[in-house]
Design a protein around this ligand. Structure first.
Ligand SMILES: O=P(O)(O)OC[C@H]1O[C@](O)(CO)[C@@H](O)[C@@H]1O
Length: 241
């Protein structure tokens, strides 16, 4: 694993965005795994800047998002469909039919999850998967549990995850209780993984995930098994390493 620590958010954003734009420059048909939440926003902003300067095109890039809430209309401002359009897709030349996000309103979630996995399988290996981490060690919406699922599946969100994400909603009651998420197996299949973590409040879980025991109680600890893991931390998130 390669760990980079950054003094400033700007430096972290530029390096993170640089890795993604370099991939699209080297391989215009790259497959990129995308994350949501607060963590990648600054990276997406830098990607948009590079695109606007004419340095990179995403015209033939394919994307797969990690997860989506169940039951939020696709155009709800806090759905991950809206998030991706707002922060990235509406500002670059990616073709929307090359972007993939689980459908959290599917009438049969298990059929939807199976189709998502089948499409990932058909398209081939994700070249670079971007990841954040929850305070409890979740990746995607794979919550700590006695066992983890490999493929895309329906999850019940932990109360702590709903509380953490309540900052994006008017109240916690509005945070969905369930989500569809890629499984840990799908995440680990990516050729490379870029884990991004910011803030002192995540220093402890970063240390546990990257140096503690590999356990389903901390899903991010399974990242230690990946041969190409790049970790981008601000100084605060990396303070215990
Ligand atoms: O970046 P945030 O908002 O701290 O969230 C961390 C992680 O939690 C999720 O938002 C899911 O709760 C992930 O998508 C994200 O990687």
């Amino acid at each position: 694993m390669i760990i980079h620590k950054f003094e400033s958010q700007q430096a972290l954003n530029e390096v993170g965005a640089g890795m993604i734009t370099a991939l699209a420059q080297m391989n215009p048909h790259a497959i990129i795994g995308l994350a949501t939440g607060g963590t990648p926003v600054g990276i997406y902003e830098e990607i948009v800047k590079s695109y606007q300067k004419g340095r990179v095109s995403f015209r033939n890039v394919t994307t797969f998002n990690l997860d989506e809430y169940v039951g939020l209309p696709e155009d709800h401002p806090e759905s991950y469909h809206s998030y991706m359009r707002h922060h990235l897709f509406d500002h670059i030349d990616i073709q929307l039919n090359n972007t993939n996000i689980p459908n959290g309103n599917a009438s049969d979630p298990s059929v939807e999850c199976g189709q998502y996995d089948a499409l990932m399988e058909k398209m081939g290996q994700v070249d670079l998967q971007i990841l954040g981490i929850g305070h409890n060690g979740h990746i995607g919406f794979n919550e700590p549990a006695s066992e983890l699922r490999s493929g895309t599946h329906l999850v019940e969100l932990k109360q702590e995850t709903r509380e953490a994400n309540a900052r994006f909603f008017d109240s916690i009651d509005q945070v969905p209780t369930h989500a569809l998420t890629m499984g840990v197996g799908s995440i680990l299949k990516a050729k490379s993984i870029m884990l991004v973590v910011r803030g002192a409040d995540k220093a402890k879980i970063v240390k546990q995930a990257l140096t503690g025991p590999i356990t389903t109680d901390c899903p991010a600890s399974l990242l230690q098994t990946h041969p190409h893991l790049i970790v981008l931390l601000d100084n605060e998130a990396g303070s215990e390493l």
